[in-house]
Ligand binder design. Structure first.
Ligand code: HEC
Length: 156
């Protein structure tokens, strides 16, 4: 293939990929965000196990890195308008209030706190200081809970 054709093929591919994401169906977006949250939850439980039992620094470092990566991945495309209804791995638990413009600042803050506190946890994990990890794990857990309290349905 000539260089020009390679470039055109590359561009066509890039456009196809980006429009596929732009048109991501609500159910697909719900699936991916549920998976991301579930994976963060699993990593939180790994850290919890280290805090309650034998402290395994390697595990804690890996789990914190995974949470930090998801928290900083730019999750907003996974919340397309109207995705308070739909089914991913199961019916979504996202509350409609999430999309209320009056809450947009609050939502941004909650995502910001998740990114910030998970970043702190990754730093603290690297020190291997169990007590410090415990404190920061608690702070991160609060950021999860704060959003769940306001924007996640718990009734089904
Ligand atoms: C900005 C809001 C927000 C933050 C912050 C947040 N969550 Fe959630 N979480 C949600 C919403 C909304 C759902 C429901 C998603 C759905 O069903 O579409 C959810 C769902 C979940 C689920 C269930 C996933 C499933 O469907 O199986 C788990 C587990 C979870 N979150 C863990 C966490 C953990 C752990 C943290 C913190 C490290 C966290 N979440 C931070 C909003 C948030």
């Amino acid at each position: 293939m000539k260089l020009k054709n390679v470039v055109i093929a590359g561009l066509t591919f890039a456009v196809a990929v980006s429009s596929a994401f732009a048109q991501m169906k609500a159910d697909d977006a719900i699936k991916v965000r549920q998976a991301g949250y579930r994976f963060m939850g699993w990593n939180m439980s790994r850290i919890d196990a280290s805090l309650k039992g034998e402290f395994k620094k390697e595990d804690v470092v890996k789990a914190a890195a995974a949470i930090q990566a998801i928290a900083n991945a730019g999750l907003s495309p996974l919340f397309p308008a109207g995705s308070d209804k739909g089914t991913g791995f199961h019916e979504t638990h996202l509350k409609s209030e999430f999309f209320d413009p009056a809450n947009s600042k609050k939502v941004a803050e909650l995502f910001g706190n998740l990114a910030k506190e998970s970043g702190e946890l990754a730093k603290v994990a690297a020190t291997g200081d169990k007590e410090a990890v415990k404190v920061q794990y608690g702070k991160l857990g609060q950021t999860c809970k704060a959003c769940h309290d306001d924007f996640r349905k718990s009734d089904h």
